[in-house]
Design a binder for this molecule. Structure first.
Ligand SMILES: NC(=O)c1ccc[n+]([C@@H]2O[C@H](COP(=O)([O-])OP(=O)(O)OC[C@H]3O[C@@H](n4cnc5c(N)ncnc54)[C@H](O)[C@@H]3O)[C@@H](O)[C@H]2O)c1
Length: 253
């Protein structure tokens, strides 16, 4: 089960945290993985840890439409197909509406929403042509429920869930499956950056850990395991979902 031998995958934001774990997990299951990220140093590190025979770094800013288009041309020219697209790159911001300005919203929207839009748009025609494609978008529990002090972030992550369901519905009869994953708090450099924005980071860490019913943050590998399932043909009947992987966060208050 969950064998990805012969599959070609691309993971954005794969130089760190959740994306790094996803890239490693998909490669371990047999896929060739493009490690796409802005961060060249860590991207190359991830490739060297996976093995250059099973992965390749691609420098990509998902907020740049032309870069997304060129990436698709390059991958399709090199491998002839893309089976699995994981739109994982994302950025965050702490603040209510009163602490969020238009520039903050635009910055998050450009990466978290328009980045997914542009890269998916670049690859989708080739997937439709082959009648096969798996698209997985990293949303967040903040794409299902509001999270205090995360106005811009939640706004963009709710949009990721809407985008995911629209793609799933529009292309279900063309061999495309599109799902979102909605992690709770996961210990990554992303969360460390948010913690540093609080006056008392230690207290903020404890509060963040306690939002999960099971009382701790998640590990990147626990998110990657869900992506492996959704990527595999065992999930052939799963599309349009927003899968919560959040330690019981949304189970109740
Ligand atoms: N860590 C969490 O608690 C958590 C929870 C829910 C959802 N998420 C989501 O998971 C995803 C990954 O988060 P993480 O915690 O692993 O973050 P991270 O900061 O550890 O890694 C994000 C990676 O994305 C890359 N990136 C940022 N902007 C980019 C761009 N424009 N183009 C290409 N690459 C870009 C960064 O260079 C970095 O390598 C994000 O979408 C985030 O919103 C994270």
């Amino acid at each position: 089960m969950f064998d990805l031998t012969g599959k070609i995958a691309l993971v954005t934001g794969a130089a760190s945290g959740i994306g790094e774990a996803i890239a490693k997990t998909l490669a371990e299951a047999g896929a060739f993985v493009y490690v796409a990220d802005l961060d060249e140093t860590n991207g190359e590190r991830v490739v060297s840890e996976i093995g250059a025979d099973k992965s390749q770094f691609l420098k990509l800013n998902v907020a740049e439409k032309e870069e997304c288009q060129k990436t698709a041309e390059m991958v399709l020219g090199e491998k002839g197909k893309l089976d699995i697209l994981v739109n994982n790159a994302g950025i965050g911001h702490v603040g209510t509406l009163l602490q969020t300005n238009e520039e903050d919203l635009d910055r998050l929207y450009a990466v978290n929403v328009r980045g997914i839009f542009s890269l998916t748009k670049a690859f989708l025609p080739s997937m439709v042509e082959r009648n096969y494609g798996v698209i997985i978008n990293t949303a967040s529990i903040g794409g299902i429920l509001a999270v205090r002090d995360r106005l811009a972030y939640c706004t963009t992550k709710f949009a990721v869930v809407g985008f995911t369901k629209s793609i799933a519905l529009d292309h279900a009869l063309q061999g495309i499956r599109c799902n979102a994953i909605c992690p709770g708090r996961v210990e990554t450099p992303f969360v460390k950056a948010r913690l540093a924005e609080y006056p008392d980071p230690k207290k903020a860490y404890e509060e963040m850990a306690s939002t999960q019913a099971i009382g701790r943050m998640g590990k990147p590998e626990e998110i990657a395991a869900a992506v492996l399932y959704l990527s595999s043909d065992e999930a052939a009947f799963v599309t349009g979902t927003a899968l919560e992987i959040e330690g019981g966060w949304a189970a109740g208050k």
